[in-house]
Design a protein around this ligand. Structure first.
Ligand code: M6R
Length: 596
């Protein structure tokens, strides 16, 4: 979390930094700040987002500077804890993304030597270390500073006496260099600087970079120079604009047909290629966090049904602490950002255990794309809303594609069946559109549930993880407490919470779970709950059991999660909008979670 940016060149640094921070805001929005050097250091920072920073920012002129948007870890989001941090003399400014784990010991040591701390953050120790080590060259000081730091960091610093120089260092947290013409950039991610250049160099762990407007110099922590040329990034900034929608989330929900189509194309699912995969694992373990975990959970059912491969799903933050066993699964890590620290650490753990790893990633060039043994790209495009929507849908498509290919590879699935499923998949964009067309109807239902304090989402089998995802979407953006449960599990405890004040969303599509789901719906409506059913077109029986029903087109059961999920997304969106919530930037959250 946290977004950082640095600029040196011929433009006014303020403009570049503020536009970059706007694009980085999804990484954190507790506070923001900017420092520009122009002989002396000028710094402004405050609690609140970038718009607030812009509103209080005086005219600052200067051609090199740094900026930060914060997601608080150490110390509450107040002005003093905002970045950039200054050293005691006010000559060095520093921004940081990550967590410096040995900050308490370092702070004590530095205070004993007379350094005055102005914040409660872990970051501030780094700027005081730079101050101690500075002997006229910030790059050398950075090299000595990183030897003292434990934890994760992307650091970007500048000194008011080293005109035009910006120094960055990376360990675990991402940092990318943008190479311009007589100007250079540093940022947490590509979109922040894409407006100015598409020539990028991804910094790796254990590297320091020194930028002037003419030069980019990369060294390792020992000082050995590293030659790495830039790569041209094919990414459109279109995704970073709302394009007439009220929120990025709504725009991204409506972009799903296109995202699905692109991901299917990228999956290269055709009989001519023999549905080749090169993988015939005996077992599969899927690791991910949050929404990506739910996509993986849906994937478990797909792998088991199409490829007959026993598949387990584990939260990445838990996998790291699990015991190594004799089983040697293929480990599939799923992450839209490719930067989630828990998932990256889990991939590393799997590799240490000698397991093959496959990453399913949306962001090209992200850390996971370099760390996993092989990569499947989802093609959702840039997603700005913190709530994952189109990236999740494309993860479901990735799961389906991989399950079909693995099924063919293991001969659990014949080529004809694979071809039939592929053709069905290609109809999904159209089917998703028909769910999107019901947005107004879903809005009307949302009006009835917006006053609720608590909700339940029910599903069974492959739609159970969809219920989990529906509940996550609802709580994340509307702040209504929501729980996802398998329909059959309610009676084992949670039913005690069901009253006429707890709306229930029940997925009761026409599959093997239909009859049982109707029974579960009966149980909650008998306790007074208002029930919103999600069913298959033409299922008139369901209408008798529920207060409202949203129909999805009749598709093979394995494909239903793609459509039922879209209903849940729209429901959460409309409820949050009715409640006036900050939909794209929910409180306490950030898009890219780079702390453990
Ligand atoms: O970038 P990742 O897919 O690794 O992110 C994982 C979660 O942080 C993410 O899915 C989160 O749960 C979403 N904001 C939920 O909408």
């Amino acid at each position: 979390m946290c977004g950082i940016i640095g600029y040196t060149g011929n433009r006014q640094a303020k403009e570049v930094i503020l536009s970059g921070l706007k694009r980085l805001e999804y990484r954190g929005y507790d506070s923001a700040g900017i420092a520009i050097a122009n002989g002396a250091m000028t710094l402004l920072k405050d609690k609140g987002g970038i718009d607030h920073l812009i509103s209080i920012l005086p005219e600052i002129r200067g051609k090199y500077g740094i900026g930060h948007t914060r997601w608080a870890t150490h110390g509450p989001p107040i002005k003093n804890n905002s970045h950039p941090m200054l050293d005691c003399k006010g000559e060095i400014a520093l921004v940081h993304n990550g967590i410096i784990e040995n900050n308490v010991a370092l702070r004590e040591e530095l205070m004993k030597r007379g350094h005055v701390f102005r914040s409660e953050t872990d970051t501030e120790v780094a700027v005081h270390l730079l101050e101690e080590f500075f002997e006229g060259n910030l790059e050398d000081a950075m090299r000595k500073t990183v030897t003292r730091l434990e934890g994760s960091y992307a650091l970007v610093a500048m000194h008011s006496k080293e005109n035009g120089k910006i120094v960055g260092a990376r360990n675990i947290s991402p940092l990318v260099v943008g190479v311009g013409k007589r100007e250079n950039f540093l940022a947490s991610d590509v979109p922040a600087i894409l407006e100015y250049t598409d020539r990028m160099i991804y910094l790796l762990d254990g590297e320091i970079v020194t930028l002037t407007k003419e030069q980019v110099k990369i060294t390792d922590f020992e000082g050995k120079e590293i030659k790495r040329s830039w790569q041209k990034v094919e990414m459109s900034l279109e995704g970073a604009e709302k394009g007439g929608y009220d929120h990025f989330m709504l725009k991204e929900i409506f972009e799903q047909p296109r995202a699905i189509q692109d991901t299917i194309m990228g999956a290269n699912l055709n009989a001519e290629s023999g549905y080749t995969l090169g993988l015939r694992p005996e077992t599969i373990k899927i690791i991910a966090c949050g929404t990506s975990y739910h996509a993986g959970y849906v994937g478990k059912y797909m792998f088991e049904e199409l490829a007959h491969i026993p598949t387990t799903v584990e939260l990445a933050s838990e996998y790291r602490f699990s015991s190594d066993t004799t089983s040697k699964p293929l480990v599939i890590g799923i992450s839209q950002s490719g930067e989630t620290t828990d998932t990256l650490s889990a991939i590393k753990t799997a590799q240490k255990r000698g397991l093959d790893t496959l990453g399913i990633v949306n962001i090209v060039g992200s850390t996971m794309t370099r760390e996993a043994d092989s990569i499947f790209y989802t093609r959702a495009g840039l997603e700005v809303g913190v709530a994952a929507t189109k990236t999740y849908i494309t993860q479901l498509i990735a799961m389906l594609s991989l399950a079909i290919k693995t099924g063919v590879a293991t001969q659990s699935l014949g080529i004809d069946d694979a071809r039939r499923l592929t053709n069905e998949m290609k109809k999904l964009p159209k089917n998703v559109r028909s769910v999107l067309d019901q947005s107004d109807k879903i809005f009307e239902i949302a009006q009835e549930i917006a006053g609720a304090r608590s909700m339940f989402f029910l599903g069974r089998n492959i739609n159970f993880p969809v219920a989990l995802e529906g509940a996550l979407k609802m709580k994340e953006i509307s702040y209504i407490h929501a729980e996802g449960y398998p329909g059959g599990e309610l009676k084992h405890g949670p039913l005690a919470l069901v009253t006429d004040e707890t709306p229930v969303v029940a997925i009761a599509v026409k599959d093997q779970t239909h009859g049982k789901m109707l029974g579960n719906i009966g149980e909650v409506s008998a306790r007074g709950a208002m029930v919103i059913g999600i069913g298959t077109e033409g299922d008139r029986e369901l209408e008798k059991y529920v207060d409202h029903v949203i129909y999805i087109p009749d598709v093979p059961p394995l494909f239903t999660p793609v459509l039922t999920s879209v209903v849940m997304q729209l429901l959460a969106y409309h409820v949050a909008n009715i409640l006036g919530c900050e939909i794209d930037k929910p409180r306490h959250l950030a898009k890219s979670v780079t702390v453990e």
